[in-house]
Write a protein that binds this ligand. Structure first.
Ligand code: FE
Length: 332
């Protein structure tokens, strides 16, 4: 009898609608879990995360109105734009998001919002490159670096975005010459990811490489990769008439979101001080919300001036940038 009345009591106090939301995440589960746990502890809203490695846009299109997904979490402006182009998102108006996220790191049409930033910087051999020897992205194409640069594929999203930013700062003709110059400076054919370029510097194959900041945090956390990480300095180049190139990880709400209200709550929470701090510590990314502290390691890399070109403008150059990479046969 006691058990029955306890159940009856529970039934009365449990809300009729389940307080949960569904997130499709391209981001690693171990990165997202601390955020999800903290949000659930604070709000009682359960967050179901499905890790979607590939084909996010295709999956959302295939599921259509029946998709259980409320939110999408992914990295890189290119992937966010693929989802925008698939027409499966809805705009989100939120004062919190507008206040906490700088305008250049969110969509002017409110379809996507940057949650963390990563700078695309230069790793330079400590013993072969002096600080100050290279200060701009434009310089990467200078003859001075002939045979001294390592890079991952020119067609990788990160490098396509960087080239898109070069186009935005100059024009397509300049960007083509730049990509040709950079290719001519490569010590080897593009291969591997950003961390592999650091390892190539450590092995003496090249002196500088282009990479994202957080990879250095990941390498330092892995004893096997520490020696390679310690063989390089991080230099923050700028565009000749601008700052350091940033990309983002971001969030967007699906058009069919079944749990819109709680999904918005989670979006806003991800832009809060608490969540921004977790992002900073867990993956050594830059918080987008002004005033939130960087991790101690990231802070040790020093200050830089972020480029303020809107990411939406850079993303608009993506087709042109891909074409240039193909024209100059960057990976060939
Ligand atoms: Fe990455």
């Amino acid at each position: 009898m006691l058990r029955l009345s306890t159940l009856a009591l529970l039934a009365c106090t449990t809300p009729v609608l389940a307080q949960e939301i569904n997130v499709y995440s391209h981001r690693q589960p171990e990165l997202i879990q601390p955020l999800v746990d903290a949000f659930t502890a604070e709000t009682g809203v359960k967050v179901n995360v499905a890790f979607v490695d590939k084909g996010m846009a295709e999956r959302l299109v295939a599921e259509g109105d029946r998709s259980p997904a409320d939110l999408v979490l992914t990295v890189d402006i290119a992937r966010l734009l693929q989802i925008v182009e698939a027409d499966v998102l809805q705009p989100v108006q939120s004062e919190v998001l507008e206040t906490n996220i700088p305008a250049e790191l969110r969509d002017p049409n409110d379809l996507w919002f940057g949650l963390t930033a990563r700078a695309r910087i230069i790793y330079a051999a400590k013993d072969r490159v002096q600080p100050g020897e290279i200060t701009t992205y434009e310089d990467l194409a200078s003859e001075k670096w002939r045979g001294r640069i390592c890079s991952r594929s020119g067609l990788h999203d990160y490098n396509v975005a960087l080239l898109g930013a070069i186009i935005t700062h100059h024009d397509e003709a300049y960007a083509t010459t730049w990509a040709e110059g950079l290719k001519a400076n490569l010590a080897r054919k593009p291969d591997g990811g950003d961390r592999d370029q650091v390892k190539a510097i450590a092995a003496g194959e090249c002196d500088i490489a282009i990479g994202n900041t957080y990879y250095m945090g990941q390498m330092i956390a892995d004893p096997e990769q520490v020696p390679a990480a310690e063989s390089v300095n991080i230099l923050f180049p700028t565009f000749e008439a601008g700052g350091t190139h940033l990309n983002i990880s971001g969030v967007a709400m699906t058009k069919s979101a079944p749990n819109k209200e709680n999904a918005l709550k989670f979006m806003e929470w991800l832009a809060s001080d608490a969540a921004q701090k977790i992002y900073a510590e867990t993956n050594h990314e830059y918080p987008v919300k002004p005033g939130v502290e960087r991790s101690a390691l990231v802070a040790s890399w020093g200050e830089f001036t972020a480029d303020t070109t809107p990411l939406a403008d850079i993303a608009a150059q993506r087709p042109a940038a891909v074409k240039i990479m193909e024209t100059v046969n960057f990976d060939g």
